[in-house]
Design a protein around this ligand. Sequence first.
Ligand code: NIG
Ligand code: FE
Length: 415
Amino acid sequence: MPTIKHTFIGPIRQALTLSNLPLKGALKDEQMEIISEAGILIKNDKIHQIGSYWDIFPEAQSIGAEIVTLKGDFVALPGLIDCHTHICFGGSRAQDYALRNAGKTYLEIAKSGGGIWDTVTKTRKASLEKLAQLTVQRANRHLKDGITTIEIKSGYGLSVEEELKMLRAIKLADENTTADLTPTCLAAHIPPKDFEGTHRDYLKAISEEVFPILKEEGLANRIDAFIEETAFTSEDIQSYFQKAKEMGFDITVHADQFRTGGSRVAIDFGAISADHLEASTGNEIQILANSNTIAVALPGASMGLGVAYTPARKLLDAGASLAIASDWNPGSAPMGDLLMQAAVLGTYEKLSNAEVLAGITSRAAAALNLTDRGQLHSGMLADIILFPTNDYREITYQQGRLKPFKVFKRGVEIR
Ligand code: NIG
Ligand code: FE
């Protein structure tokens, strides 16, 4: 007989379930379900019951649940989800900060041979084990901050073998951290300088040689591409995405970061998400709002590069679904503080608490096609974080300085 473990947590001053919120469009704080004096009964790795502490407590006691009695005021949220990162990489790009502040743009640095290619060189030098170790360290830092699910892209390998090395490193990292890691193949990050052939030859080689192995080894079921001047054009990517779709991969796109075009590709291919969108204008906002593609804002990249934020307010008001992610990477977004960045985006874009919090929980889960997390209700994974406050509004108000006091991942207390 498999052993069943019950854990009961409470009393929780406010539990924000983030359930029953529409997936798309603007949200008001009043739409959030808040359970006061809540208790959460966990059965193994899932939420068994959530409701009034005093209603559930007798049952929890009678079934011999481990009781985690909270002393003080706490607000519970679902574990945060970072649906866009690049935390598997070697080296640093600290020199880029000074270069950019001295007047060079991100694209100029890229064109002069630095930028992403610089990280490719450093990542190729690192062994699979070393990359896995670095990835685990970064994932664990996120986990302490309450981020229990983390998407991680390849894209610093840029050859058949090196992309596979990265994705195998992410798989190994997943086995060595309590956080859940969702891998994405971003072999179409930039055209590799050392590939003999055209950009399209490179993409063809990846789709023929890497895609089948992703399936065989279970390395990723998501394919991403960077549509940009220094990366791939909308035309370049057509047959690559076509092949990916035929093979059943989810599509996601680095879109409209510096110029438009990517969001159109995302929608044409029914992408699950279009990420960046700093350069999106009214037309792109409208087509995204009319689609089921989730718009992902990456405020950390705007902060890193000193450029405009994704027009989050306009996207939401037009009816789009908006998730918020850190884009944690060595180039444009080295900070990697999801909650801080989401709260600051909220300040600049006039987002409600509901919009910010859904953006890093339920809507971020949707951007990863994950239906078992991002909300607190029975049947969901017991990914639960507790902030030491009596008022949920403190979480965004303190712009990331208020850290979770406790983090439960799949029912296990890790902090
Ligand atoms: O999402 N824009 C393209 N890719 C990453 C940056 C990667 C890098 O600069 O190393 C991004 O910002
Ligand atoms: Fe990115």
